[in-house]
Design a protein around this ligand. Structure first.
Ligand code: FES
Length: 106
């Protein structure tokens, strides 16, 4: 069992209990974390599942080439940005915190 904290756009914190295996987006969507729209269903196209990594970035790893392009198109990218649909959860994610990115611009 993993516990992951999401900080939503409205400032509210959500603790999500999940497990290793699904993507971070799937874990967030399953319980309705606000702001994780995931319009493309995890295909690394829409950029509406963006999060900012608030914990150890090394655990999450860097974004891939395609992911970087999509992140750059959102207009709200930070150095710690990742697409949550591209993050596969493992036991190492227990206790991590992610801030949900604001809606993309344009
Ligand atoms: Fe569309 Fe992640 S769900 S890019």
């Amino acid at each position: 069992m993993l516990k992951i904290k999401f900080i939503q756009n409205n400032g509210e914190e959500r603790i999500v209990e999940t497990y290793a295996g699904p993507t971070l987006m799937e874990a967030a969507s399953a319980v309705g974390v606000e702001g994780i729209e995931a319009i493309c269903g995890g295909s690394c196209i829409c950029g509406t599942c963006q999060v900012y990594v608030e914990s150890d970035v090394a655990v999450v790893g860097p974004p891939g080439e395609d992911e970087l392009i999509v992140l750059g198109e959102t207009g709200v990218q930070k150095s710690t940005s990742r697409l949550s649909c591209q993050i596969r959860l493992s036991e190492s994610f227990d206790g991590m915190t992610f801030t949900v990115a604001p809606p993309r611009k344009g």
